[in-house]
Design a protein around this ligand. Structure first.
Ligand SMILES: [Zn+2]
Length: 67
């Protein structure tokens, strides 16, 4: 937990997010930004980044359940 003055909340949140992302690999950063659009023709699995065909409820690569 971090307590800051209300005028510093936005800046503190930015710093914390930057520190978190600085420790992530390229794959982790991609996965952290992943958005699953269930109406898209294909999606990338947020866990393993394998392509997930439309209509699938499970990643064929790692078995992550989606939907
Ligand atoms: Zn996967």
């Amino acid at each position: 937990m971090l307590a800051v003055a209300s005028e510093n909340v936005e800046r503190a949140a930015t710093i914390l997010q930057e520190r978190e992302r600085a420790g992530m690999s390229e794959v982790e950063l991609t996965a952290a930004d992943a958005v699953i659009d269930l109406d898209a023709d294909t999606n990338s699995c947020p866990a393993c980044l394998d392509p997930i065909p439309k209509g699938s409820t499970q990643c064929p690569g790692c078995g992550l359940r989606i939907g």
